[in-house]
Design a protein around this ligand. Structure first.
Ligand code: AGP
Length: 341
């Protein structure tokens, strides 16, 4: 897992260089289609990438985006009208049974289908109209890290093809921001000692980093066996805040930008409750309410924070597992490919 986290800057550069021309061609194709709806379908970490895709694509293209409920297709066999829809499947392995069944059904129902996968010879790559490759190199760790950030990068490329707001210049800077984020490793190695006996926590974010709350909590569950619940900062105030007592750990993603004021309001409330907060943010933000802060060294526009911001989260999970004496590469009861319907 640590090796794959360290591979991320190079893997992201490789994907960017190889797929940007493809995104440019796809832009021409999209110009002729007039897509009215985008549907994303995935499981596990790839589904967290899809959740990010929902925010990114709605914000930057104006096209409504929905996350597919696979059972609607695979168990209930519903017929949907997917004409003028773009259906995007995301799967590291490209072998998720239900994801591929949804893509097949979507094609029959009139959609244009795209696959985002790390495996060029996978079932997904063979069945979709257009394949974008993550090019992260073979994933060996059960815990997906480099393929998550690679999937997010490809989603930026698709956003640049479908709208105007994402610039390839900024996307091209992401691997550099990730290199900077990796410099937090020794600080995180010290920090995790404090959480060696943590059994439960909440992870909270809003907007573009909401998917990262899901991803960090998944990583904490599968590699550290911590019961990690994830929430939007708004939903957290509608009930879960009642869980919080003195020293209850809450991790927060707080990039400077549109979501900062709301996240900061929550951080202040958590301080009043004497919770233990760990904030992931940038070097330029003011964080008086945090117990602990992990600051990604670069100043990054909010739209481009999700990839560099998950990196300290991945390091927390990998190093906390080590501190707890758990091998993060062999989580109990898990394999790299999980087949569900
Ligand atoms: C990731 O850390 C998990 N082990 C798991 O959730 C994985 O992302 C999921 O099984 C999806 O796999 P896929 O991307 O190969 O379809």
């Amino acid at each position: 897992m640590m090796e794959e986290i360290h591979d991320e800057p190079i893997a992201l550069e490789r994907a960017f260089r190889a797929e940007r021309a493809h995104a440019f061609e796809f832009k021409r194709f999209c110009g002729r289609q007039n897509f009215r709806l985008i549907v994303l379908v995935a499981r596990g970490t790839s589904d967290n990438a899809a959740l990010f895709g929902r925010y990114l694509l709605e914000l930057t293209t104006g096209i409504p985006v929905s996350l597919a409920a696979p059972s609607v297709h695979t168990l209930y066999h519903a017929r949907l009208n997917l004409r003028q829809a773009l259906v995007i499947g995301i799967s590291q392995s490209g072998e998720g049974t239900d994801i591929n069944l949804v893509l097949q059904a979507a094609r029959r129902q009139g959609a244009c289908t795209v696959g985002i996968t790390n495996e060029p010879h996978s079932a997904m790559a063979r069945l979709v109209d257009e394949v974008f490759l993550v090019r992260a190199g073979r994933q060996r760790s059960v815990a997906a890290t480099k393929t998550y950030t690679g999937q997010l990068l490809v989603l930026y490329l698709l956003a640049s093809a479908l709208g105007q707001a994402v610039t390839l210049e900024e996307v091209g800077r992401i691997p550099g921001h990730v290199r900077q984020a990796l410099r937090l490793e020794s600080e995180i190695r010290e920090l995790v000692e404090r959480y060696r006996y943590m059994h439960e926590c909440a992870v909270v974010a809003r907007g573009l980093n909401y998917a990262n709350a899901f991803e960090l909590s998944l990583k904490l569950m599968e590699t550290c066996y911590v019961v990690a619940e994830r929430f939007s900062a708004a939903d957290f105030l509608h009930g879960p805040i009642a869980l919080v007592e003195r020293d209850f750990p809450v991790m927060l993603f707080m990039p400077p930008g549109k979501t900062f004021a709301e996240m900061n309001r929550l951080a202040k409330r958590l301080r009043q409750l004497r919770a233990e907060t760990v904030v992931i943010s940038s070097s330029d933000s003011k964080l008086p309410a945090a117990t602990r802060a992990l600051r990604v060294p670069d100043v990054i526009p909010e739209l481009y924070t999700p990839i560099p911001y998950i990196v300290p989260g991945q390091l927390v999970a990998a190093l906390l597992a080590e501190a707890k004496g758990i091998d993060p590469d062999r989580p109990r009861s898990l394999k790299i490919v999980t087949r569900t319907r």
